[in-house]
Design a protein. Structure first.
Length: 156
C-alpha cells in the first residue's frame, strides 16, 4: 500500500488482518477436522478457542474478568462457558475466598488437546514464515514489537 491516507490505511490493515485471521483459522480448522493432532477440538468455534486460550493463559479466572479480557458481555461469556463445561473443556468452581465468585479453569482432559492445537498453530506460523521469507518475517516481527509497545503505552 503506497497511500498515506490514515482512513485508507486503517481499512487496508483491517482487511488484511481479517484475511490473515481467516487464512490461519481456516487452515487450523481443516487440520483439526482431519484429525491430524486432535480428534475433538474441531467441535470448538474460533471464539471458543480464543476463550480457551484466555482461560489457559490466566489459569483460573472469573466470568467477569474473562468477559472483560475477551470484550464480550458477561452473560454471553457465561453461556459460552456453560457450553464448554458441558462438553468437558472447562471446569467451574466456587472461589475459596468469596463463594459468590465462580472461577473457570481448563479441565484436565482439555489440557492434552490444547497442546495439540498449539502445535498446529505453531506449524501454521512456521509455514507462513517460510512462504514470506526471513526479511519480511523480521519486518513483521518489528511491526508486532512496535504494536505491542503501543498497546502497553496505551494500556490496551
Amino acid at each position: 500500500m503506497k497511500n498515506c491516507d490514515p482512513l485508507e490505511q486503517a481499512e487496508f490493515i483491517c482487511n488484511i488482518g481479517q484475511r490473515i485471521r481467516n487464512y490461519f483459522w481456516g487452515n487450523i480448522s481443516r487440520k483439526m477436522a482431519a484429525g491430524t493432532k486432535s480428534g475433538t477440538m474441531e467441535l470448538l468455534s474460533i471464539t471458543q478457542l480464543q476463550l480457551l486460550d484466555t482461560v489457559t493463559a490466566h489459569g483460573r479466572i472469573t466470568i467477569t474478568e474473562l468477559a472483560r479480557n475477551m470484550g464480550v458481555s458477561p452473560p454471553s461469556t457465561s453461556a459460552m462457558v456453560d457450553r464448554m463445561v458441558n462438553c468437558g473443556w472447562l471446569h467451574r468452581a466456587s472461589s475459596v475466598q468469596d463463594r459468590r465468585k465462580v472461577l473457570v479453569s481448563v479441565s484436565a482432559e482439555a489440557k492434552k488437546n490444547i497442546m495439540g492445537v498449539q502445535e498446529i498453530v505453531r506449524e501454521e506460523i512456521i509455514d507462513f514464515i517460510k512462504a514470506i521469507g526471513p526479511e519480511t518475517t523480521q519486518k513483521w516481527c518489528d511491526v508486532l514489537d512496535e504494536l505491542d509497545r503501543a498497546c502497553t503505552r496505551n494500556s490496551i
